[in-house]
Ligand binder design. Structure first.
Ligand SMILES: Cc1cc2nc3c(=O)[nH]c(=O)nc-3n(C[C@H](O)[C@H](O)[C@H](O)COP(=O)(O)OP(=O)(O)OC[C@H]3O[C@@H](n4cnc5c(N)ncnc54)[C@H](O)[C@@H]3O)c2cc1C
Length: 505
C-alpha cells in the first residue's frame, strides 16, 4: 500500500471541509483534501429538469437500507458537496436555537456555544458566500455585527404581490437571505434552476466556488478527487489518528497526517467512524460516549404548491421571500415552536412526475406547474437516540429515522395552507419529504460540554482523539428550523481559525 504524509488531511470538500481548507490556505501547513467524488461537469444537463429529476443524473448510485427497505438516497458526491445542489438559502440560527427549548415532543437541547460565539463567523461566512439580504425585517432574526454583503434580491411581480397580501394580513414576510450572484456585474442569469440543480454559470455561492477554489489557489492546499476514505487508523495509544485508508481508482492508499478533519457529511462521517472500529475501539472511533451515529436529524419538511387557477406564475427566481412569524409559536396561547416557511425554486412538470400518482395526466401536471407558487414548510426535528446511522454486515449504511415533532409540523402545514387560501390561492397541495431525501442531515457526531454525552468538544475536536476534528453538519446537537449550510460554514470557519492559530503551531 503506497503511503504519503501531510500536516492536515481533510476528508470531504463540502461546506465543512471547504471552510477549514479556506482557513488553512496560505499557512505553513501542507493540506490535502480527499474527496470521493469528481468535479461536477458543466454541461447543458445542469439546467435540465428531466436529467436532474427524472434520470437522477447526478444522484449517487449507492443504496442504503432502512431496516428491510433498500433505497437510493438523494446524495450527491461531487467537489463542493451538497451545496452544488442546494437552494442557496443562507440562514443564521436564532439566538434561542442555541438554548434548550421546549417543543411539543420534548426538549431541543442547548448547544455548548452560544450565538455570540458564532456570530462573527456567520458574518465571515455571509461575506465569503456573497449572501443577499436585508436586516431588521425577519421577526425573530438574531442580532448581527455587520450588514448583509449585498442588498435583497428584488421580488418578481407575483412574489411582490404575495408579500403585500401577507402584510395586509398582519404578517411580517422578509427577503430570503440567499447566496446567488445577482447584483450588478454578477453572473446569475435568472435561469430558474437553482434549487436542487447545479449552477452552469457558477452564480451560486457554493463550497466549491466560494471556499475551495480560493483555497486551491494557495500552494499549500491540494485537492484529490475520486479518493474514497474507507477507514481511519489510530496509533497504538488510540489517542491519535495516524492515517486515512483511501481507495482510488481501485487501488488502496494510506495517507498519513498530523491532523485529520472529517467532513464527509453527517451520515457518511458517522459511518466512517463506525467502520473504523478496532479491538481497542469496538464501538468505532470517537465513540466512547456511544453517541456516534445517534441523534440523526433531518428537518420535517413539506413542499406546498399554492395555486391560483386564474393566474399563471411566470416567476423565474421565486426564492426571495420567507416567513418566520410562527417560528417559536405563540407561548401565550400554548402553541409550541412551529417552524419556518420559505419559497421554493420554481417547480416544473418533470419534478411532479415522480411526486404524483402515475394516473395524473401530463397536461394536468403542466397546468399545475404553470400556476403554482411553491413553498417549503420546515419544522425542527428533535434528536432521538434511536434515530441513527448504522452499518450493515457489508459495511453499507442503514439509516433509522425516528421522526419527532410531526404533530407540530402538521400544524405548521395546516396554518400555511389556510393562509395561502386567504391570500388568493384556493388550491393547495402538499408533499412531505421522506428518508430518501436526507438534505438537512445533521446531529450524528454531536458536540457538547460532556464527554459522556457527546463525541466532540465545543471546538469540534473528538474527546477521544487529540488530532481529529469533525466539522460537517454532524456536530449539530439540535437542528433549529432554518436551512443548515450557513451554520456549518460558520462553525467550520471558527474551527479552522482555531486550528491554524492554536494547534498547528
Ligand atoms: C437539494 C438540496 C437543497 C438544499 N438546499 C439548501 C439551502 O437552500 N440552504 C441550506 O442551508 N442548505 C441546503 N441544503 C443542505 C446543505 O446543502 C447541507 O446542509 C450542506 O451542504 C452540508 O455540508 P457538509 O459539509 O455537512 O456535507 P456535504 O455537503 O455532504 O459534504 C461532504 C463531502 O464529503 C464527500 N465524502 C463523503 N464521504 C466521503 C468519503 N468516505 N471519502 C471522501 N469524501 C467523502 C462528499 O462527496 C461531499 O463532497 C440542501 C441540500 C440538498 C441536497
Amino acid at each position: 500500500m503506497a503511503s504519503e504524509e501531510y500536516d492536515v488531511v481533510i476528508i470531504g470538500s463540502g461546506v465543512g471541509g471547504g471552510a477549514v481548507a479556506h482557513q488553512l490556505a496560505g499557512s505553513a501547513a501542507r493540506v490535502l483534501v480527499l474527496e470521493r467524488g469528481t468535479e461536477l461537469p458543466h454541461e447543458p444537463q445542469n439546467r435540465d429538469a428531466e436529467a436532474v429529476f427524472c434520470e437522477h443524473r447526478y444522484r449517487t448510485t449507492e443504496t442504503w437500507t432502512s431496516g428491510a427497505r433498500r433505497f437510493r438516497p438523494g446524495q450527491f458526491y461531487f467537489v463542493g458537496g451538497h451545496t452544488s445542489f442546494y437552494g442557496a438559502a443562507m440562514f443564521r440560527l436564532r439566538e434561542r436555537d442555541f438554548e434548550a427549548t421546549e417543543h411539543e415532543d420534548g426538549l431541543s437541547p442547548a448547544w455548548p456555544i452560544d450565538y455570540a460565539a458564532l456570530e462573527p463567523w456567520y458574518a465571515v461566512a455571509e461575506r465569503l458566500f456573497g449572501v443577499h439580504g436585508a436586516a431588521g425585517l425577519d421577526p425573530c432574526e438574531p442580532w448581527r455585527s455587520a450588514p448583509y454583503p449585498h442588498g435583497p434580491v428584488p421580488h418578481e411581480p407575483v412574489i411582490a404581490e404575495i408579500e403585500q397580501r401577507l402584510r395586509r394580513r398582519g404578517l411580517q414576510p422578509f427577503p430570503m437571505p440567499i447566496a446567488i450572484d445577482l447584483h450588478e456585474g454578477g453572473r446569475c442569469e435568472r435561469c430558474s434552476t437553482c434549487d436542487a440543480f447545479p449552477c452552469l454559470v457558477d452564480a451560486k455561492g457554493d463550497a466549491r466556488t466560494r471556499l475551495l477554489a480560493p483555497a486551491l489557489r494557495q500552494a499549500n492546499v491540494t485537492l484529490r478527487t475520486q479518493a474514497l476514505v474507507t477507514r481511519l487508523v489510530t496509533d497504538s495509544s488510540g489517542r491519535r489518528i495516524v492515517a486515512a485508508e483511501v481507495v482510488r481508482h481501485g487501488e488502496r492508499q494510506k495517507v498519513r497526517g498530523r491532523h485529520f478533519v472529517l467532513a464527509a457529511g453527517a451520515i457518511n462521517s458517522a459511518a466512517l467512524l463506525l467502520r473504523s472500529a478496532t479491538g481497542a475501539f469496538p464501538q468505532g472511533l470517537a465513540n466512547r460516549s456511544g453517541t456516534v451515529g445517534r441523534h440523526f436529524m433531518n428537518h420535517n419538511c413539506t413542499a406546498l404548491m399554492a395555486i391560483d387557477p386564474a393566474r399563471r406564475n411566470e416567476t423565474r427566481l421565486p426564492k426571495t421571500l420567507a416567513l418566520n412569524d410562527w417560528y417559536f409559536g405563540d407561548a401565550a396561547r400554548g402553541e409550541p415552536p412551529l417552524g419556518h416557511l420559505q419559497l421554493l425554486g420554481k417547480v416544473g412538470e418533470p419534478m411532479l412526475r415522480g411526486a404524483m400518482p402515475r394516473w395524473v395526466p401530463r397536461a394536468a401536471r403542466e397546468w399545475l406547474a404553470a400556476h403554482s407558487v411553491d413553498w417549503y414548510a420546515m419544522s425542527e426535528d428533535l434528536p432521538h437516540a434511536d434515530s441513527r446511522v448504522g452499518l450493515n454486515s457489508d459495511g453499507s449504511i442503514d439509516l433509522q429515522w425516528r421522526r419527532t415533532n410531526q404533530r407540530t409540523h402538521r400544524r405548521l402545514v395546516a396554518k400555511a395552507c389556510g393562509l395561502m387560501r386567504r391570500i388568493g390561492y384556493p388550491l393547495v397541495f402538499g408533499k412531505p419529504f421522506g428518508l430518501e431525501s436526507p438534505s438537512h442531515q445533521c446531529g450524528t457526531v454531536r458536540f457538547g460540554n460532556d464527554p459522556a454525552q457527546s463525541a466532540l468538544d465545543p471546538w469540534c475536536r473528538a474527546w477521544d482523539h487529540d488530532n481529529l476534528h469533525v466539522v460537517d453538519a454532524s456536530f449539530f446537537p439540535s437542528s433549529g428550523a432554518v436551512n443548515p449550510a450557513l451554520t456549518v460554514a460558520a462553525q467550520a470557519l471558527r474551527v479552522g481559525h482555531h486550528l491554524r492559530g492554536e494547534e498547528l503551531q
